[in-house]
Design a protein around this ligand. Structure first.
Ligand code: HEC
Length: 109
């Protein structure tokens, strides 16, 4: 006869219980701190661009046609460059800096 010992059941490790791993869902009561390392917003950058662009158009473009001719035009960068080249050919005198300021504003509208 073969004597059968008591059935040996391996001890269950508590680590194998997935429920024991889950962290309890406790809402964090702390307020969200302000992002301290973000640069301060430059509040008047676009306003300055717009004022500069309007001054350039009044001074350099509106003597031949209304400034509305400029503001009513919708064009992409390539088209504006072509228009400004054509205007220069007609007699418009834009400094490179003015052209850049005007283009930047026109394309940002
Ligand atoms: C010397 C006169 C003159 C000046 C200065 C001038 N323009 Fe014009 N512009 C014209 C004439 C003429 C037309 C119409 C003929 C044409 O479109 O080529 C025109 C047309 C335009 C149009 C319409 C173009 C289209 O394709 O419908 C735009 C936009 C424009 N001008 C923008 C400008 C801007 C921006 C400036 C200033 C940087 C400027 N113009 C300065 C004479 C001028």
């Amino acid at each position: 006869m073969i004597a059968c010992g008591p059935a040996s059941t391996p001890a269950r490790s508590p680590d194998s219980d997935p429920a024991a791993e889950a962290a309890p869902a406790v809402p964090d009561p702390r307020p969200v701190p302000p992002a301290a390392d973000e640069p301060p917003p430059v509040l008047d950058a676009s306003a300055a661009d717009e004022a500069a662009a309007r001054a350039i158009v009044e001074a350099k473009c509106a003597r031949c046609h209304g400034a509305d001719r400029v503001w009513n035009e919708t064009a992409d960068a390539a088209e504006w460059n072509a228009i400004l080249d054509r205007m220069a050919g007609l007699g418009a005198t834009l400094e490179p800096q003015e052209r850049e300021t005007l283009l930047r504003y026109l394309l940002s509208r």
